[in-house]
Structures are given as C-alpha cells and as structure tokens.
Design a protein around this ligand. Structure first.
Ligand SMILES: [Fe+2]
Length: 274
C-alpha cells in the first residue's frame, strides 16, 4: 500500500526534485547515482521503507548503504582525521574569539526560532532560550558580521570547506545551566554532525543511540544524527561547543554534487529547511 507523502513533499517540491533527478541522470548516469536515486525513491514511496535499528529514525533523507554507526572516531576516515586536525589546531583561538565576542557584549541568538518556540516546547525538546548560538552559517545564510568579528574561526571554516555539507549549520552552540535537550532524531544520514569541545563544565554530556560521551575541550566528536540523541548541561556555568556538518565520508563526490543539487532545489521551494 502506498504511504502518505511526507509533509515537506508538496507537489511543487516533488516536481522540482524529479526534474533535478532527470538532469543528474543525464549528467552522471544511473549507476553513479544508484544510492541517491534509491534515497529519493524511499521519500516518494516508490521504494519500501528501510528496516532500520529502532533507534535510527531519519526525518527526511536516508541514504542506503552507509554504515549504521552511532559514533565515528576521528581516525576512522582520512576526512574525519583532517577535520579533527584542523579543529584541534584552531580551537584555542576560536575559544579566544568566542570569549572576546561575548566580553564585547556580543549577543547570542536562540537556537529555537521564536515562531517555533511553542512547537519545541510541546515536543518537550528544550525551552526557548536555553539553547542559543553564535552563528557562522545557518539555513544557507553566511553571517558576514560574525565572519568579520572572528577571523580565525572564519579561516577555520574556509579550511574545512572541502568537507562541509551543503547548507551546513556551523556555530558556537551554548547550553545555559540546566539545559536538557530531550531525545530526538534529525533529518539525514548524508552527514556527520561534528562537535568541538570549547568550554565544557563538569556535569555535561551527550548520548547517541544509547552510547554516552562527555566532551573534552579541544577534542572533536562525530555522530549520525538520525540516531536518537540527547544532550544536557546540569552544571552552573554555560557549556560551549562548536558544531558543524560534514558530508558522510563514504559518499562519493558525484553523490555529494547530486545531493547538493537536490537539497538546494528542494529548499529553494521553502519547504525543506532542516
Ligand atoms: Fe539533534
């Protein structure tokens, strides 16, 4: 029996995506795009829902054939190793820049957009303003004023550019004391979420698919956000991590080009903002 189409898949989005798929097939051929085409077919209901670990519940885009792994270590892939080396070298200056920004009365922005505060609260995710950010990139927007105010952080993102996912969200993520982000799953396994520990009080942690870790300042962590995850700061001072999104290292360059085109097509219709 056909499944109901997901809410974001309006007829307009579907038409644009189908058009984009045809163009990609012409350019690269079906063989190179096999996993991407399969992923689209799952969304449209033309391929069956994959049988996944009950803790893995992709909200939007599931790429078949990628490893079903909660946490990925920096040494697992050359790409994660390179990202880890760049961030490890940069983090003392990034931390200085964050502290200088805050000391100069810099303002953080709530992670939860005001118009979505009620939805987050209802879903029991987090209270408005508990989780805030100093954004460098979000929803396809580059925060030029923050790039100018934090040149070392900006330079670090330029060095990371070959690995960053299309429409990556890169920001200093701040949990004020008492913040609890409840268990949830995010959109896609096409990326790994990267966390760099910046300022980490004692009573903080994160659990992904039941496996708990505690951030260490200057260390990086990589996980698949389609696995259920939760995080908390039960200490008395803010917790700061730098977050970003990199392509899953097992995606080919052709797959990355194809996914970029499809995600940009779909988001330009205003329905797919992560
Ligand atoms: Fe999340």
């Amino acid at each position: 029996m056909a499944r109901p189409a997901p809410a974001f898949l309006t007829p307009q989005v579907l038409q644009s995506v189908q058009h984009g798929v045809m163009q990609l097939i012409e350019r690269f051929g079906e063989k190179e795009l096999e996993r991407v085409l399969h992923a689209v077919a799952i969304i449209t209901g033309d391929a069956p829902e994959p049988q996944l670990d009950p803790m893995q519940r992709p909200g939007m885009l599931y790429i078949p054939g990628l490893p079903e792994r909660r946490w990925t270590d920096a040494d697992t892939y050359p790409e994660t190793r390179q990202v880890a080396d760049i961030l490890r070298e940069a983090w003392p200056k990034m931390r200085e820049e964050y502290l200088a920004f805050m000391a100069a009365q810099g303002r953080l922005q709530s992670y939860v957009p005001p118009e979505q505060a009620e939805r987050y609260l209802q879903a029991g995710m987090t209270r408005f303003d508990d989780w805030s950010g100093l954004f460098m990139n979000r929803d396809g927007r580059k925060y030029e004023e923050h790039y100018e105010a934090m040149p070392e952080t900006a330079r670090t993102l330029e060095r990371l550019a070959p690995y960053l996912m299309v429409q990556h969200e890169s920001f200093f993520s701040v949990f004020r004391p008492g913040t609890v982000l409840k268990p949830h799953c995010d959109a896609t396994n096409a990326k790994l979420s990267v966390h760099l520990g910046v300022i980490i009080p004692e009573k903080c942690g994160i659990k992904v698919g039941g496996i708990e870790r505690r951030w260490v300042e200057g260390e990086t962590y990589y996980f698949d956000e389609t696995f259920e995850h939760e995080a908390w700061n039960l200490d008395t001072t803010p917790r700061v991590c730098f977050l970003s999104d990199i392509w899953h290292p097992e995606l080919t360059q052709v797959e990355r080009i194809a996914l970029s085109a499809l995600i940009e097509t779909a988001t330009s219709q205003g329905n797919l903002a992560a």
